[in-house]
Design a binder for this molecule. Sequence first.
Ligand SMILES: C[S@@+](CC[C@H](N)C(=O)[O-])C[C@H]1O[C@@H](n2cnc3c(N)ncnc32)[C@H](O)[C@@H]1O
Length: 288
Amino acid sequence: MPPTIEASGPNAQQIEYWNQNGSRWVNLQDLIDPQIRPLGLQAMDAARITTGETILDVGCGCGDTSRELARRVGAGGKVTGVDISSVMLERARELTQRAGLANATFRNADAQTYRFEPAIADLIFSRFGVMFFAQPDQAFANLLTALRPGGRLAFVCWQQVSENAWMFVPMLAALQHIPPPPLAGPDAPGPFAFADPEKVRGILTRAGFGDVAFESLRQDLIVGGGNNLDVTVDFMLQMGPTAAAIREADLTLRETVRTAVRQALEPYATDQGVRMGSASWIVTAQRP
Ligand SMILES: C[S@@+](CC[C@H](N)C(=O)[O-])C[C@H]1O[C@@H](n2cnc3c(N)ncnc32)[C@H](O)[C@@H]1O
């Protein structure tokens, strides 16, 4: 097992969080991957990948996207998944070996501060893995150095929580019974840190990227990957803003919260699973 990075530097809090909570993500990954896979695939399509390319997959987690990127670049190409969570990377390595994809490897590193080999990559890709930097300007300036001139950036990130029914509806139901979690500042790292396209455009432009473009994706997702209502409710109680509120709450209220969340999700239950709206951005840019 390669050594785990220390929880130090500007992202020490996130390193601690994603290592302490990484096993929860690993356990839920079979439900998360099918839910968000369509969004990642659309971001890959926007990245116009060709065979033989070298790609960095930033915040790759358990490596679902790294494996698909490795298939797209073929045996002559190369994918490196970078993540601060050693627990999630352990799972990524295991699944990638099982898939027989020798052209995908993983590195336990902080993408904001890691000294990448200069101009190594044709593409920097991420599925929901770039919103957690303490200093996004510095992080993207660092990532830019890893791109060859003319190299591309493509990632998918969430729009505002209120635009994402799949997170907002259960959260509002839970908040009828428990207090909201402590409010994070507008620039705090987190899933919605890149919801404002003008803010993201500023970060990327200051970092030195050009041709910054946004495509709005608004589409239904099969929440929790197509399981029945009860499994999906349990999934939502462990995910995102609802889970954050529950972690702080009085234990005796959990059953009440669960019932409220179940009632809120019930109208969205279909034969294929719980189907709810989402909104995300596909962001693309280029190193001049
Ligand atoms: C929401 S998860 C997404 C994981 C994966 N991309 C997926 O779609 O399943 C965010 C990921 O970003 C990683 N991450 C957060 N900050 C990071 C940083 N500074 N450098 C590298 N990875 C980071 C986390 O460890 C986590 O795996």
